[in-house]
Write a protein that binds this ligand. Structure first.
Ligand code: ADP
Ligand code: MG
Length: 689
């Protein structure tokens, strides 16, 4: 069997020697297919040739002319100017080339050339920054006389060099190119032929063609990811070696009976789905999504209780120590009626305590543990780990989820996201998980009135805030986000706290940040909760988990520094009681995008709508890279623009995997190879078993 063209090594191409190979490999290009699937980021229309006599200064133009004369002047040491005069019969123009005297050998009088350049007028009309190509060469021109691709440079390789390499590679495309798409998808209108797409993605006749080609190649990328994820889901569904948790028992009844409210319909639906998974012998891998304040914690808590009910251990993993501690504190309260006392493990846990805890986890006497990455360490062993809940805030990747899963024999896994994820991203980044959505807030919640406060009105905003807290209200004041260090952030908070204590002698103001001791934090929170403190100056420590229904005002300093999702999380700390709540965003955003983002948060109430907006404004790269999630990079596809394609890719992937769960059929050979390659070295996804 001849080797499939796209998987051939780059060295098979004309023009690739050792140095270029090393550059390309460093950029992650391993074979001909990789090179061809990396599309240009823009095109230049160099199709129409202009009459030289009609050229105007300031325009980019393509001309065809004959060399009428060439001369090189040595202006001084190390500086030469070669002037080439071109004529097309109707007129002539000069091309000026600095320090390239050897080009006199190329531009011999009488030779015909195609030239693209900027028409400049400086001591006479001439073409500057020229690109050229001989006009009498056999075959089509590459760089001129067509719509020309402009690729991002790779290492030291210029767009011109890449264009030529790709052109060469396309010359060799065989008619019977192996296509990773299964036959049933080929021939669909939106999915043109692979060879056509590769050719026209680089060298189209017009931009519409280029876009049609890009979409086909984008589909391939999305489809391969979706097939990998579908394989992983199917592999899980086919196995029945998971933990089988027992149906309802006295602990769960006590837990539910002690809740001070009724669960919402959405919470009950979520519990049904989760419990269904837990009771089945299949291993659960589920994503629990819900807007801020929708009540995910209590759902997770119920799952922890259920696991402990049947004698299994359960762990909850949070991305930071502060968050882990907050969860631990809330769970201590929630799990009390079920007669369960959760343990806590973080990097800062004292050694003696840690050792005691580790032996409790290893002998099974500790039923529930809450912690950070510290739980992932190798010496943390469980006797009967049956459930892992990950509160992930986008911070754990596929690989880390997998490593925790390996600590038990196939424990059930529930991933909670505190921030809604746009559907397109969820399907891509969490496509290996089943989805549960809590799409309803507890009753009685009112929309938080949100206002953007320009710096010029900051004083007025504080005066208004003072009036509210002096009259009995409770307020959060959030300090600007200082990313470099928690320490600086703590200092800024302390400074603001001091200013307010001086400025508001009649109102007790507290301080809360990550640098305070646990006891000091607990004291501040407790005093704020029971009303001894009326205002709390805080860092983003309060982002998650803080729950004081009497707090009705939040002022956020430097609001433009926060991401939309984070602002939404912060704002979710107010509006939890029956009274009207307010959120003031203090900022003078400089960019139009910054203004648009603050407008978006001011008008949106739904976290999902906001997340979509964030994705649209910042792009998926900003939102979070796919690589850190253990998924292949996207080159042609764009998760914002290609939603329709993603849906198609997902359903097509499901159909293919349903029909051929291990892609064993011959017609799926090229697909199998691409999926294996895309997910190579990325545990937890795209693998069967
Ligand atoms: P999330 O983590 O989804 O943002 P939380 O779990 O923090 O939300 O819950 C938000 C608040 O709503 C908490 O004060 C919680 O006690 C309360 N809560 C949760 N479920 C209900 C419910 N069904 N009815 C009333 N209040 C609820
Ligand atoms: Mg929460």
């Amino acid at each position: 069997m001849t080797m499939d063209y796209l998987t051939r090594p780059l060295t098979d191409l004309k023009g690739i020697g050792r140095a270029r190979l090393a550059t390309l490999e460093k950029a992650g290009l391993a074979n001909v297919g990789d090179l061809l699937r990396r599309l240009p980021y823009r095109f230049e229309d160099r199709t129409s040739f202009r009459a030289i006599a009609s050229l105007q200064a300031g325009e980019w133009a393509t001309v065809r002319g004959t060399v009428a004369g060439v001369r090189t002047d040595y202006i001084r040491r190390g500086l030469s100017l070669t002037r080439v005069t071109l004529s097309d019969g109707g007129g002539s123009i000069q091309m000026r080339l600095w320090n390239q005297p050897y080009l006199a050998k190329t531009f011999v009088p009488g030779a015909r050339f195609l030239i693209y350049g900027l028409v400049s007028d400086e001591r006479g009309l001439h073409l500057s920054r020229p690109e050229w190509e001989p006009a009498d060469d056999e075959g089509d021109p590459i760089h001129l006389g067509r719509v020309v691709p402009v690729h991002r440079g790779v290492g030291g390789l210029t767009p011109r060099v890449l264009r030529r390499l790709i052109f060469e590679a396309l010359q060799g495309l065989p008619a019977d190119l192996a296509d990773p798409l299964p036959p049933e998808l080929r021939g669909r209108d939106e999915l043109p032929d692979l060879a056509w797409a590769l050719r026209h993605g680089h060298f189209p006749d017009d931009v519409e063609e280029a876009e049609r080609a890009r979409r086909r190649l984008a589909f391939d990328e999305l489809f391969i990811i979706q097939v990998g994820l579908a394989l992983s889901r199917a592999g899980r569904a086919a196995r029945s070696d998971g933990v089988r948790h027992r149906p309802e028992g006295p602990r769960l009844r006590a837990f539910l009976g002690a809740l001070p409210y009724d669960l919402t319909a959405a919470q009950r639906r979520a519990l049904d789905e989760i419990f269904g998974d837990m009771e089945s012998p299949r291993q659960m891998s589920r994503l629990l999504q819900g807007d801020v304040g929708s009540g995910k914690t209590v759902v997770a808590a119920a799952a922890l209780v259920k696991a402990a009910e049947g004698g299994f251990q359960a762990a909850l993993l949070a991305p930071t120590e502060v968050l882990a501690e907050q969860h631990w504190r809330r769970l201590r309260e929630l799990l009390g009626p079920a007669d369960l006392a959760p343990a806590f493990l973080a990097g800062g846990t004292p050694r003696v305590e840690r050792e005691r805890l580790l032996s409790g986890l290893a002998d099974g006497s500790v039923p529930v543990v809450v912690g950070t990455h510290a739980l992932l360490e190798e010496d943390v062993r469980f006797a009967r780990l049956g459930l892992v809940v990950v509160d992930e805030q986008h911070r754990f990747g596929v690989a880390q989820r997998a490593s925790l899963r390996e600590k038990g024999s196939h424990p059930d896994m529930l991933v909670m996201t505190a921030t809604p994820i746009p559907r397109t991203l969820a399907l891509t980044l969490y496509g290996d998980l089943d989805l549960t959505l809590i799409d309803e807030l507890p009753p009685g919640r009112r929309q938080v009135v949100t206002r953007v406060v320009p710096l010029a009105q900051r004083e007025r905003a504080y005066a208004w805030l003072h009036e509210r807290v002096a009259g009995g209200g409770r307020a959060f004041i959030v300090c600007p986000l200082i990313e470099e260090s928690e320490e600086k952030q703590a200092k800024a908070a302390a400074r603001l706290h001091q200013e307010l204590q001086v400025g508001w002698p009649d109102v007790p103001v507290g301080l809360l940040h990550g640098r305070l001791s646990t006891a000091a934090r607990e004291e501040a929170m407790g005093a704020f909760r029971d009303g001894r403190l009326r205002a709390l100056v805080a860092t983003t420590v309060i982002e998650v988990g803080i729950d004081v229904p009497e707090a009705t005002v939040m002022l956020i300093e430097g609001a433009d520094r926060f991401g939309l999702a984070q602002l939404h999380q912060l704002r979710g700390r107010v509006g939890r009681g029956a009274d009207q709540s307010y959120c003031l965003l203090v900022a003078d955003p400089r960019t139009a995008e910054g203004q648009a983002r603050l407008r978006a948060i001011a008008s949106a109430r739904d976290g999902f709508a906001l997340a979509e907006e964030d994705l649209r404004l910042r792009g998926p790269g900003e939102f979070f890279g796919t690589r850190q999630h253990g998924l292949p990079d996207l080159h042609a596809a764009d998760l914002v623009r290609d939603r329709g394609l993603l849906d198609l890719a997902r359903s097509a992937a499901e159909a293919v995997v349903a029909a051929d769960p291990s892609l064993a059929r011959a017609e799926h050979g090229p697909l199998r190879a691409e999926v294996d390659r895309a997910f190579a070295g990325r545990p937890g996804a795209g693998t069967i078993g």
